[in-house]
Design a protein around this ligand. Sequence first.
Ligand code: SF4
Ligand code: MG
Length: 318
Amino acid sequence: NFDVSAPWLNRVLERKPRQFVRAVDDISFTVPMGGCLSLVGESGCGKSTVARLVTGLYRASEGEVRFAPGRSGEPLSAQMIFQDPFASLNPRWRVKNIIAEPLRELKLRNSDAEVMERVGELLRIVGLAPSDGSKFPHEFSGGQRQRISIARALAGEPEFLVCDEPTSALDVSVQAQILNLMRKLQDEMGLTYLFISHDMSVVRHMSDRIAVMYLGRIVEEADTETLFANPRHPYTRLLLETIPDIAEPKRHRSITASEVPSPLNPPSGCTFHPRCPLADGRCKSERPAMRNFADGSRAACHRVEEAAVATAKAIQAA
Ligand code: SF4
Ligand code: MG
């Protein structure tokens, strides 16, 4: 089978001064080859921790990340694209040297002339001019800097890209340009994406499948159509309510950070219970198990049936 799998990133301990936080726990998902799986959730839910585990920047205390063989027969290599391109681009280096670094390090070209020819090509691929290579990162806008970090990621010829909030720091119009570029590159190069975002409209645009995370766990996973048409978990429904409605912008609800409990001291039972409109006594004491559904979705909620009825009523009322 051709899946890129990253299952069982299990019980990861992340060191903080004087204490341990279990940043993610019992996480399991598979990224389909050539597709895009998104992890979505509010800040602090563990999405970035998972991204860093998959790319090897963090190591799990238990569990494993498995990569299917890529085109070369070797396991896929993952490259990461970060939220803040300014922080991840060396400000003292000219852009051409930033992009050339992986080409030189991995010896992907033989001569310096070939390296620079490839740098020019990569700049063109991401919508910049080869002459932009002579400039420094600070001479570019945020969107252009993200194009540069995409070019650098592509220089290593990865088949798998882990993108952690790649457009969150950008204006909405620039965001759309970068997302469209990433989709085009995916089609043209057959790339596989693990995409991390807090923004449901962004993941809707990008993903084939979506896994919703809450306080270090996946609470629901479904293909994109199904998740939007038939959200099963009350937390997924809450996230969907935060998408601005173009017709009625005032109707959309925004979430404040203070609503999210600390991962240091997670609530008992279902960790979503303090915020859940359907919570009952069982929810406070018993953690819900993940349940699989016939349409290929899964969700961890004691009251999935009631949640589905509530969704149907809300849709009728709208
Ligand atoms: Fe809400 Fe209970 Fe379901 Fe948790 S298990 S999401 S508290 S209904
Ligand atoms: Mg993050």
